[in-house]
Structure formats: structure tokens, C-alpha cells
Write a protein that binds this ligand. Structure first.
Ligand code: ZN
Length: 184
């Protein structure tokens, strides 16, 4: 019995240590983030205490008029979110930049004349794109993309699913269709 207590205490200590480390890392990353987001140097004297005197939104992004509290010089900065693009790696290893329009065309073709609203299809396309972006990878295999699309289409419409699968899986004859139909 004593052995078990010892083991339990040991496990508890381990848990506290691990949690503690995780929490510390979390706090550190938070601190880092705060420091990184606020840190900017004056281009004239490298001082880091700056004052924002004006903020405007322009086609190039958010523009801020800043004043250095040390040398009193003024300058403008602009901020823009850089679109994080990624590539689709084809079966033959070719790299192709992901394009939403291409994805949309393929999916819409599968849903042609099907009783599914445009809103539902658009939402599905958004979901797919978002899921791919959330992976945060620079390269995604076309097979991964294909399976994801098929999974989503299957939930909406079986006919569209078979249509898409026949192109994607390159069905050769009626047996391929039968096999896929049996899996529905
Ligand atoms: Zn300065």
C-alpha cells in the first residue's frame, strides 16, 4: 500500500512540474508577444519610446503617424497583413499555388443542377480553405486536399460526391462507380 502512495505522490509532483513548465512557457510567450508587438525603433535615433499621433486606414493598410519622444522627429509607418499563401503538391510532385477560384470551379461543377443552395456550397468552400490555412503548412499534398473536399461534399449531396470522386479518383469504368456507390 505504501508503495502506491509513493507512486501517487511521485505522479502528482511530475504533473505539477510539467504544468509549471508549460505555464512558464506560456507566460514567456505572452511577454514576448507584448514586447514584439510594441517594439519599434525611431529611424533617426533608434529610441524605442514613440508616440502615435495619428492613425488612418488606407488601401496600403493601417498608417500611423509617430513621433519620437527623444529626438522629436516624426515619421509614418504602415501595417499590412501579408497573405499567407501555400502550395499544393501534385501526384507528379509539381508545385502549384493554391487558388481559391480553382477549388471553387471544381466544386461548383460537381454541384451543377443539384438542389443545394449557393450559400451552403460557398460556406463549404470557406470551411475547406480555412481548414487548409489553419494547418499552417507551406505545402499540402493534393491527396490531402482531395480527401478533405470529398468528405465535405459527401455531407451535402451524394450525387455531387460521386461526380467529384469520379473525376478525382479517375474512374475508368462502371465498376468504379458501383464500388463507390456501395460505400455511400
Ligand atoms: Zn528619435
Amino acid at each position: 500500500m505504501f508503495k502506491y502512495y509513493l507512486l501517487l505522490i511521485f505522479l502528482l509532483i511530475q504533473l505539477i512540474v510539467i504544468k509549471g513548465i508549460k505555464y512558464t512557457i506560456y507566460c514567456m510567450s505572452l511577454l514576448n508577444w507584448v514586447a514584439l508587438t510594441n517594439k519599434m525603433n525611431c529611424p533617426f535615433c533608434s529610441n524605442t519610446t514613440l508616440k502615435v499621433t495619428d492613425k488612418r486606414t488606407s488601401p496600403e493598410g493601417i498608417r500611423r503617424r509617430r513621433e519620437c519622444l527623444k529626438c522629436k522627429k516624426r515619421f509614418t509607418t504602415s501595417e499590412r497583413v501579408v497573405e499567407n499563401s501555400f502550395y499544393i503538391i501534385k501526384k507528379d510532385k509539381r508545385r502549384e499555388k493554391f487558388e481559391r477560384d480553382k477549388l471553387k470551379n471544381g466544386i461548383e461543377k460537381a454541384f451543377e443542377k443539384r438542389p443545394v443552395s449557393k450559400e451552403k456550397i460557398d460556406k463549404m468552400i470557406n470551411d475547406i480553405e480555412e481548414q487548409l490555412r489553419r494547418r499552417g503548412k507551406k505545402e499540402i499534398k493534393s491527396s490531402v486536399l482531395g480527401e478533405l473536399i470529398m468528405k465535405k461534399i459527401k455531407k451535402l449531396d451524394n450525387v455531387a460526391y460521386i461526380r467529384f470522386a469520379s473525376v478525382y479518383r479517375d474512374f475508368q469504368d462502371v465498376r468504379d462507380f458501383k464500388r463507390e456507390l456501395r460505400r455511400l
